[in-house]
Design a protein around this ligand. Structure first.
Ligand code: MLT
Length: 214
C-alpha cells in the first residue's frame, strides 16, 4: 500500500493508463503544466499528441501567490537555483516511484512541458538524463548550467519557441537548443512566429515528431 506522505509518490497527480491496457509496453508522457496550472491542464493535449500513451500528470507543489509551479523563482526568468535543483530531483524520484507503482516502463518516458513545466523538463534532461528518453519543450529557456555537462547521446528533444515571446526570450531558447545538442541530444528546434501562447501548427509538428521518433 502506497502512503503518499512517506513515499516519493508525493505529488498530487493523475495517471491515465494507455487505452490498449498495455501499461508496461506503452510510452508514458510526463505532462508538466505552466505557472498557475494543475494536473488536469495538459491531459487533453497529451491525448492528442500521443493517443496510445500512458499519461502521468503531476501538479507542481510550489505556490506563487496561490499559483502552482514546479520550482521557485526570484523574479520572472530569474530562478532560485537551489530550489530548482531540489525540485528537479524530487520530480525525478516521483517519476521513478510512479513507474514502480503503476507499472510503466522507466525506459520509455517523454516529458511534455509548457513554460514553467518545459523549464523543469529541461532541468530534468540536464540533471537526471536517465529519466527521459525524449522531451517536448514548449516555451523553454536555459533553466540552469549544470556543474557537469550531461551526456545526452540518444536523447531526443523537440523545442518550440516564440520569436516574440516576452517571457522566454528567443536568444535564450537558442542557447538551450545549443546546450542540449552540444551534450549529444538530437534537437529539433522550431522558432515560431508567435509569442508565449501555443499555436495549433506547432502542436501538429510535435505530434508528427513524436510519432516519427518512436
Ligand atoms: C518560469 O518561471 O519557469 C518561466 O518564467 C515561465 C513562467 O512564467 O512560468
Amino acid at each position: 500500500m502506497n502512503d503518499p506522505f512517506s513515499s516519493p509518490l508525493n505529488l498530487v497527480h493523475r495517471f491515465l493508463p494507455a487505452s490498449s491496457g498495455e501499461i508496461q509496453h506503452s510510452e508514458t508522457l510526463l505532462l508538466l503544466h505552466g505557472t498557475g496550472g494543475n494536473e488536469n491542464d495538459l491531459i487533453e493535449l497529451g491525448r492528442s499528441l500521443a493517443p496510445t500513451a500512458n499519461l502521468l500528470s503531476p501538479r507542481g507543489k510550489i505556490l506563487e501567490n496561490g499559483m502552482p509551479r514546479f520550482f521557485r523563482r526570484l523574479a520572472e526568468g530569474v530562478f532560485d537555483e537551489k530550489d530548482l535543483i531540489q525540485r528537479t530531483h524530487e520530480l525525478a524520484d516521483f517519476v521513478l516511484a510512479a513507474a514502480d507503482h503503476y507499472g510503466f516502463s522507466q525506459q520509455k518516458i517523454t516529458a511534455v512541458g509548457y513554460s514553467n513545466g518545459a523549464n523543469i523538463a529541461a532541468s530534468l534532461m540536464l540533471l537526471r538524463p536517465e529519466i527521459l528518453e525524449k522531451a517536448v519543450l514548449l516555451r523553454a529557456m536555459v533553466p540552469l548550467v549544470p556543474e557537469t555537462a550531461p551526456v545526452l547521446t540518444g536523447r531526443k528533444v523537440f523545442l518550440a519557441s516564440g520569436l516574440s515571446d516576452p517571457i522566454l526570450p528567443i536568444e535564450n531558447a537558442r542557447r538551450l537548443s545549443k546546450m542540449l545538442s552540444d551534450a549529444g541530444a538530437d534537437v529539433s528546434f522550431h522558432p515560431i512566429q508567435t509569442g508565449h501562447q501555443l499555436t495549433s501548427g506547432e502542436l501538429d509538428q510535435a505530434r508528427i515528431w513524436l510519432a516519427g521518433s518512436a
